[in-house]
Write a protein that binds this ligand. Structure first.
Ligand code: CP
Length: 325
């Protein structure tokens, strides 16, 4: 266990050591137990968190806001369009100034080739820790909640097979931050990671290389498939979700047209039956119901999507308590 996480930014799980991540998970389990028992845990009394959003959210906003209140502090929701950012406040102003008002700055900025750079620029200027609520490259708190859920449902993750798969969706070109963060973290925890997608849906090469290095160091594996059904075969954990063809085209219409070639990439009962009988179905949500996944799967006995969403609260509270005290 590491006890010196005060002041650390969490922008990618790659920025933290495995022992630091294990500490975060340990605290998250403790906070989950305390909440279940109704035990107060005001570790952040009188502390404040700025939550700066450039993009919509259901789970992330609510779990950070509720989490800060449960820790005895206050979270301020800031919609970027209500600030002076469009009139000249740069990342430096945001980091310098919000870092003096608040004890932590959480940011969601998912714009392709902008978001991660922006969050790192804010962090460079801020005296308070910066937490990444999702950018174009990473979604660290989603994936930490996912790992917590896998440990709860399946025990030791080492040697388990997880299928991180693309799936079709029609709603919008979703970021690639979830599959990228999944392959990075699950390989560090010794899982056999399958990355399954049509050829147009590649992830960033440097992220894939880091995931391969993580697998090599930590006894996991990383394999690549382009057959949707094959990805499910004998998996312990299936995580099929949509993402945009961002490495193939920057044109949203062209990307949508590519996606329409693969409308049969929907998770249904037949596909779930290809996985192990006790396999769990995961999705970060929101999902395109009956396009990306059938109701029978997402509402079925193998789905853990609501426990997964709940665990956002616990891992984020752990991160805030450890970095903002
Ligand atoms: N999974 C997730 O980040 O949900 P929101 O986009 O609703 O915050």
């Amino acid at each position: 266990m590491q006890t010196n996480l005060r002041g650390l930014d969490l922008i990618s799980t790659q920025d933290w050591t495995k022992e630091q991540i294990e500490t975060l998970l340990d605290v998250a389990f403790d906070l989950k137990r305390k909440r279940a028992l109704g035990q107060p845990h005001p570790y952040l009394r009188d502390k404040t968190l700025a939550m700066l959003f450039f993009f919509t959210s259901t789970r992330t906003r609510s779990s950070f806001e509720a989490g800060m209140a449960q820790l005895g502090g206050h979270a301020a929701f800031i919609d970027s369009t209500t600030t002076q950012i469009s009139h000249g406040d740069t990342a430096k102003e945001i980091g310098e100034i919000l870092g003096r008002y608040y004890d932590g700055i959480a940011i969601r900025q998912c714009d392709w080739e902008i978001g991660n750079r922006y969050i790192r620029d804010v962090a460079a200027a801020s005296r308070a820790p910066v937490l990444n609520m999702q950018c174009d490259v990473y979604h660290p708190f989603q994936i930490l909640a996912d790992l917590m859920t896998i440990i709860e449902k399946k025990g030791d993750p080492r040697g388990l097979t997880i299928n991180v798969s693309w799936a079709y969706a029609s709603s919008y070109q979703k970021p690639i931050s979830v599959p990228q963060s999944l392959i990075l973290l699950m390989t560090r925890f010794g899982m056999n990671v399958r990355l399954t997608h049509p050829p147009e849906y590649k992830l960033m090469p440097e992220i894939v290389e880091q995931a391969q290095e993580n697998a090599r160091r930590h006894g996991g594996t990383l394999e690549f498939l382009d057959d949707f059904d094959a990805g499910f075969k004998d998996a312990d954990v299936v995580y099929p979700k949509s993402w945009g063809a961002l490495l193939t085209t920057s044109d949203p219409e062209e990307s949508a047209a590519i996606g329409r070639k693969y409308t049969d990439w929907i998770t249904d009962d037949r596909r779930m039956a290809l996985a192990k009988p006790d396999a769990i179905y995961m999705h970060c949500l929101p999902a395109d119901r009956n396009i990306e996944v059938t109701d029978s799967v997402i509402d079925g006995p193998q789905s853990v999507v609501y426990d997964e969403a709940e665990n956002r609260l616990h891992v984020q509270k752990a991160a805030m308590a450890l970095t903002m005290t």
